[in-house]
Every structure is written in C-alpha cells, then in structure tokens.
Write a protein that binds this ligand. Structure first.
Ligand code: CDP
Ligand code: MG
Length: 141
C-alpha cells in the first residue's frame, strides 16, 4: 500500500549541518517528497505536535528541544512508507540503532535523535496536516 509519513529533521541535525545528507538518504531509499519546508515552531506548537507524550517525563524537555531552532518537516510518500522510513532512521535511541541508519549516523542521544518519523498510517496523515496545507503538497506526476 502507498503510505504517507512525516519526516522532521530536528534542531540538533539542522545545527550539525546534515540536512542535505539526511534528505539524500531519504530520496535514495525511494521516498517521494510531497512537501518540504525550513521553519521553526514555538513551544505551544511543539507541545501540541507531541500531545500524545504529555504525561511522559521527557515531555517538557522535548517541547523545549523541538522549539529550540529551525527544523525541516518533509511530507513523504512510498509503498510501505511508515515501516520503511522507521527502518531507515533506526531506533529512538541512537545507541541502539542499526549501523547505517540516520539516527546511528547523526543522533546524539535518545532525546536529541536527529529525526522524527510517523508511527502509523493514520498519524502520518495527521502529522503531515500539522505542517502542510493541501496546496503545499505536490505530486510530480
Ligand atoms: O521518535 P520516536 O517515535 O522513535 O520515539 P517516541 O517514543 O515517539 O518519542 C518521541 C521523541 O521524544 C523521541 O524521538 C525523542 O526525541 C524524545 N524522547 C525522549 O527525549 N526520551 C525518551 N525516553 C523517549 C523519547
Ligand atoms: Mg513516535
């Protein structure tokens, strides 16, 4: 099934100057870019994006981190996109991530782990809608 997922290049990876490397890994893996922007979110927006984690002990730090600098949200499409993208980025904790994955290569820690990825088809659609209006999503054919 063709699925959509939301990737975000997080503030730590933007600061490391590896936006190009990460986009290269994503496109080489066969994902189609539907939309992409260089932007920044405030604490309120970060809090609402990560609402599901509100009760978790890391929530406040996560909100501070995600609003601490520019990010690059990217709407992606591919056959089996949810699972394949999560395989490409590796485990939440870069120390546990497989060799060659985005998080293994560019993540700093379980908190500062370079990239976001949607965890289900349903959330992929919801999360893309958080950053992109319909007119900002482009099909190339
Ligand atoms: O991003 P992923 O879906 O792999 O993990 P998550 O469990 O949905 O957590 C969302 C984000 O919260 C992670 O990517 C980390 O940036 C952060 N996090 C954290 O700071 N400490 C944890 N113990 C777990 C997650
Ligand atoms: Mg998640």
């Amino acid at each position: 099934m063709i699925e959509k997922t939301l990737a975000i290049i997080k503030p730590d990876a933007v600061k490391k100057n590896v936006i190009g490397e990460i986009i290269g890994m994503i496109t080489k893996a066969g994902f189609r870019i539907l939309g992409m922007k260089y932007t920044r979110i405030n604490k309120e927006q970060a809090g609402s994006f990560y609402e599901v984690h509100k009760e978790r002990p890391f929530y406040n730090d996560l909100v501070d981190y995600m609003s601490s600098g520019p990010i690059v949200p990217i709407a992606l499409e591919k056959e089996n996109a949810i699972e394949d993208y999560r395989k490409l980025i590796g485990s939440t904790d870069p120390a546990q991530a497989e060799e060659g994955t985005v998080r293994k290569l560019y993540g700093e820690s379980k908190s500062y782990n370079a990239v976001h990825g949607s965890d289900s088809v349903e959330n992929g659609i919801i999360e893309i809608g958080f950053f992109f209006s319909k007119s900002e999503l482009v099909l190339c054919d």
